[in-house]
Design a protein around this ligand. Structure first.
Ligand SMILES: NC(=O)c1ccc[n+]([C@@H]2O[C@H](COP(=O)([O-])OP(=O)(O)OC[C@H]3O[C@@H](n4cnc5c(N)ncnc54)[C@H](O)[C@@H]3O)[C@@H](O)[C@H]2O)c1
Ligand SMILES: [Zn+2]
Length: 341
């Protein structure tokens, strides 16, 4: 088991990689604990939950709303929750966001922790202190910055995760290597098959690596603006693909990473060889690098999404594997590039 300590402005947090759920009592209070989970996770793992009241959400992004948050607050009140309540979220990113948000606003804020059960939650969503809910279908409109006391990443729980959900997390983990660590990128390339088979040592190393990269970036810039933008690698194009194609976030991000590599090559920042290797790695993890959708249609979705930012967008480009730079890119330059692909 590895512990990674993370400094946040609200409080310090510790991330426990490879720890098992039965060790939870070592990390949280012995009473006034309230568990938030979703139905899928509850059905598989309920017998391993600590014995406290449980609120079970309907699985899926559509549940991550202010209405659900209010329902949970009401449930907390009905069950005697007060200022000394401790909220434990057990689930994927949806549950972590809900639990973190509720804990931040209930009684003006109570302590909380997560058991991150999806790979995406372990490598991304449970980290960084952002907690948000969606409003009228728009993502994360209402939220807070607030760190959990701990995040427990029990990687043995990933064995029950559907294959597509695993891919979502893998795309973000690859993103972290592209941002910061060529060696780890190579390591994934050498062991893709074992990672897909959830080899425990390799998956723990992968999760720990992502946590270190994301925490270091967030530690330098907790509330966005500069450094944190690097984490958007693959996401500007990826979000637009997610909208046009209606595919899962991780698969769209993978296509976005490949697009960012292509654009970086065009701008003579990345070699053709590195671009090809990046695509190879994504394919070896069964992640897509292309879509059949006309790039001009994706570009239109991107422009709609980014219209508040003006004629320029912040685009994360690669200057090699493991190194990125955030550059203002004019929409007309992006449009010109798209005509060439
Ligand atoms: N706060 C942040 O910084 C941040 C960053 C990235 C993503 N997010 C948020 O995270 C959410 C996406 O996270 P996600 O991909 O984990 O989605 P999710 O929580 O909806 O989980 C995906 C699916 O996997 C199931 N599941 C989770 N763990 C399981 C397990 N061990 N076994 C079997 N099934 C399991 C869930 O029930 C769900 O059906 C989005 O709401 C997104 O906005 C937040
Ligand atoms: Zn993402």
């Amino acid at each position: 088991m590895d512990t990674i300590f993370v400094k946040g402005s609200s409080r310090n947090s510790r991330i426990l990689v490879g720890e098992t759920m039965d060790k939870l009592p070592e990390y949280m209070p012995g009473n006034h604990v309230f568990i938030i989970t979703d139905k899928n996770v509850y059905d598989i793992y309920e017998t391993s939950f600590p014995r406290f009241p449980v609120y079970t959400l309907k699985p899926g992004e559509a549940t991550k709303t202010p209405d659900s948050a209010i329902d949970i607050c009401r449930w907390l009140m009905d069950n005697g929750g007060g200022r000394d309540a401790f909220i434990l979220g057990i689930g994927g990113g949806m549950v972590c966001d809900m639990a973190g948000f509720v804990a931040s606003v209930f009684m003006r804020g109570v302590a909380f922790g997560f058991v991150a059960t999806s790979l995406l939650a372990q490598v991304d969503a449970s980290l960084g202190g952002k907690n948000g809910v969606n409003l009228d279908g728009y993502k994360n409109i209402i939220g807070t910055f607030n760190q959990p006391q701990f995040v427990l990443c029990d990687t043995t729980m990933l064995h029950s995760l559907p294959a597509d959900e695993l891919k979502n997390g893998l795309a973000e983990a690859v993103k972290h290597t592209l941002i910061a660590d060529k060696q780890m990128f190579q390591h994934i390339l050498n062991h893709a098959g074992e990672i897909l088979a959830l080899d425990e040592a390799l998956i723990n190393k992968l999760v720990r690596h992502s946590i270190e990269v994301k925490s270091a970036i967030v530690g330098r810039d907790e509330t966005e603006a500069g450094e944190r933008r690097k984490l958007n690698l693959g996401h500007t194009w990826g979000h637009a693909v997610e909208k046009t194609d209606g595919i899962a976030h991780g698969q769209a991000v993978s296509i976005g990473l490949s697009f960012a590599a292509k654009l970086s090559e065009k701008k003579q920042m990345l070699s053709a060889g590195d671009r090809i290797t990046i695509n190879e790695l994504l394919h070896s993890l069964n992640l897509p690098t292309e879509t059949d959708t006309d790039p001009r249609q994706i570009f239109r979705a991107l422009v709609r999404d980014k219209k508040k930012e003006g004629d320029h967008i912040h685009f994360v480009l690669m200057n090699g594997i493991g190194q990125v730079t955030v550059e203002p890119l004019s929409l007309s330059e992006l449009d010109d590039f798209i005509q060439t692909i």
